[in-house]
Write a protein that binds this ligand. Structure first.
Ligand code: ADP
Ligand code: MG
Length: 433
């Protein structure tokens, strides 16, 4: 059965990815609908979890019709098993990722203002800037920075009640509190915090009653001089579909932005990560990566992790030739096609929506709209069939795709802003594929 699973996984991820990441992976045992999967080291576990979080359980389901959860076991460390679900809780203090601290954050011109503001808030919660609002593009360190505030505060004052969550989690808990008639408990929990770190607030857009609840939580904490820190992918003024009173609250303290890092900062981040991983990163390789991955620290890191995983198996040092081989996708390639993944990513980034929502069957206004735009662009820029396009967007049929394309075509004529947005996404896709 494992052989079969691997064959399907190979088809799903492509040969070269499969060779590097899945060929060393073994199935040890299946017990009580839990599969024990052996991986060579934690690079593999992290990478598979980040990039293909459910591929093994999905494929298993596809073949056998049984739901399983996956537990990774690192070779030679049978005792340190971590299952996918448990990982997030348990180990973390107040939901904070312990890896994200000020010590591991590299400061450069692009982020020094946000960093300095975050540090002041951490030293003096409630009294420096309240709220602190940090915004910046995807993968530039917002989550890292606001988590660092929480970790710092808990180091100095463990008695404080610190809570980190994304605005989506807040929405989820709020909805569930209403459904189970637990609103008093919900309010008690959030209105008695000392430090409230809210990540990705843009996802609260369009959710009126959550905004209302968040507004009251905000006011209550603010009036008691409790610290509020908010992150977003855009400044308050540009978050559409939130109430004006909430938007103005966001601007009451300090607003700090994070810009994409300059080449020097990108190099410094690479060296720092290499040091943390205990690997020797030659200068030319660092430069090779830093000069190609420009606008996203997560991808910068991802390239390094890929190298680390590779050398952890081959036991060779990192060299330029090796880097070019392992990081082929960083090399310029004129013929590199624009894929549906790239399009979905670009559209979602522009609209502040999650990629997995666009691929799902969800039908809220924003998601449905993003999906239509992405379908339209996919039709325009790729040779995929209508059925293939529909399939990539939560299994829609070809009629839905045709309808979406026609509608966007029509809307574009009436709505200049929409036309501009679509053009800019297309241009971006064509420029930096
Ligand atoms: P965002 O929340 O803005 O999308 P994250 O905070 O998740 O971005 O950062 C993405 C990855 O990049 C994380 O692993 C983070 O540790 C790393 N990172 C981002 N900025 C820095 C930095 N200045 N120094 C060190 N690591 C960074
Ligand atoms: Mg984040």
């Amino acid at each position: 059965i494992w052989q079969k699973i691997l064959e399907i996984v190979a088809q799903k991820v492509g040969e070269s990815t499969f060779e590097l990441w899945f060929s060393p992976v073994k199935l040890l045992d299946i017990k009580n609908s839990e599969a024990f999967i052996e991986v060579p080291n934690r690079f593999f576990k992290d990478w598979i979890e980040d990039n293909f979080p459910s591929i093994i359980s999905d494929t298993f389901y596809q073949i056998t019709g049984n739901q399983i959860s996956v537990r990774y076991i690192i070779t030679g460390k049978e005792h340190e098993t971590v299952s996918t679900g448990e990982k997030k809780q348990g180990l973390k203090r107040g939901n904070l990722n312990p890896k994200y601290t000020f010590n591991t954050f590299v400061v450069g011109p692009s982020n020094q203002f946000a960093h300095a503001a975050a540090l002041r808030v951490a030293e003096n919660p409630g009294f420096a800037y309240n709220p602190l609002f940090i915004y910046g593009g995807v993968g530039l360190g917002k989550t890292h920075l606001i988590t660092a505030i929480g970790n710092y505060i808990l180091d100095k004052k463990p008695e404080l009640n610190v809570c980190y969550m994304s605005s989506e989690q807040f929405t989820g808990e709020f909805v569930s509190a209403i459904r189970h008639e637990k609103m008093p408990e919900f309010r008690q929990k959030y209105r008695t915090l000392d430090v409230f770190l809210v990540d990705d607030i843009q996802f609260i857009a369009g959710k009126d009653s959550t905004q209302e609840e968040f507004f009251h939580t905000f006011n209550e904490l603010y009036s008691k001089q409790k610290q509020i820190v908010i992150s977003s992918d855009r400044p308050p003024m540009e978050i559409s579909d939130i109430t004006d009173r909430l938007r103005s609250r966001f601007g009451m303290g300090l607003i700090a932005d994070i810009q994409p890092p300059e080449i020097e900062t990108r190099l410094a981040i690479l060296y720092k990560k290499a040091e943390l991983e205990g690997v020797q990163l030659p200068e030319d390789v660092a430069y090779f990566i830093a000069s190609r991955v420009k606008s996203n620290v997560r991808e910068l890191e991802g390239s390094l992790i890929k190298l680390c995983a590779y050398i952890s198996i081959t036991k060779t040092p990192i060299t330029m030739d090796l880097a070019k081989h392992v990081l082929k996708d960083l090399l310029p390639d004129e013929n590199k096609p624009i894929t549906i993944d790239l399009i979905q990513k670009a559209v979602c980034e522009a609209l502040g929506i999650r990629v997995h929502d666009v691929k799902s069957k969800k039908r809220t206004k924003e998601i449905a709209n993003a999906r239509k735009i992405a379908m339209y662009i996919t039709k325009k820029l790729t040779n995929l069939s209508l059925a293939e396009i529909g399939n990539a967007f939560g299994g829609k049929d070809h009629a839905t795709v045709i309808y979406a394309c026609k509608q966007i075509e029509k809307d574009k004529e009436k709505d200049e802003a929409l036309a501009k947005l679509i053009d800019s996404i297309i241009r971006k896709l064509q420029e930096n594929k």
